[in-house]
Design a binder for this molecule. Structure first.
Ligand code: RP5
Length: 161
């Protein structure tokens, strides 16, 4: 097994149904990655240790998903200089608006690149992670180009009855 380049972290196993889209997208592009449940408030020490050691373990991008008072991505970003991509999870009470604002509104100094709420955000976080990795990996850039071309072709072939 190749060493993981991307971490897909989520605050709870209940996020996995949505976050598996990120994992599946990375797998489709052949990007080695690891999926982990780590919570900023339920397992704070473990989360801090994981984020602090991510760089020396060879990880290059971290995707962090959380819902509600969603501080996971911000906490992870505080412990690493690797790019952190936040995915706000849809929440039962506020439909993810709480998660979105908690993730995106980072005070200046510690950035979190925030994607859309839910599954589109999970998929796009993986695509953005791939684009980051692709800056030094031409083969990934080619795969991204082929993916876009395939999408455009599918749209061009759509018919409406
Ligand atoms: C967050 O709280 C998780 O990321 C999840 O989206 C939300 C609810 O978690 P559970 O109560 O379902 O474990 O920490």
């Amino acid at each position: 097994m190749d060493k993981p380049l991307v971490a897909v972290m989520m605050g709870s196993k209940s996020d996995w149904e949505v976050m598996k889209s990120a994992s599946e997208t990375l797998a489709k592009f052949g990007v080695p990655h690891e999926n982990r449940v780590l919570s900023a408030h339920r397992s704070p020490k473990l989360t801090a240790e994981y984020a602090s050691s991510a760089e020396e373990r060879g990880l290059e991008v971290i995707i962090a998903a959380a819902g509600g008072a969603a501080h996971l991505a911000g906490v992870v970003a505080a412990h690493t200089v690797l790019p952190v991509l936040g995915v706000p999870m849809e929440s039962p009470s506020l439909k993810g608006l709480d998660s979105l604002l908690s993730t995106v509104q980072m005070p200046g100094g510690i950035p979190v690149g925030t994607l859309a709420i839910g599954k589109p955000g999970a998929t796009n976080a993986a695509l953005l992670a791939i684009a980051i990795l692709a800056s030094k990996r031409p083969e990934l850039r080619e795969k991204l180009r082929a993916f876009r071309a395939d999408q455009a072709e599918k749209i061009a072939r759509e018919t409406l009855s």
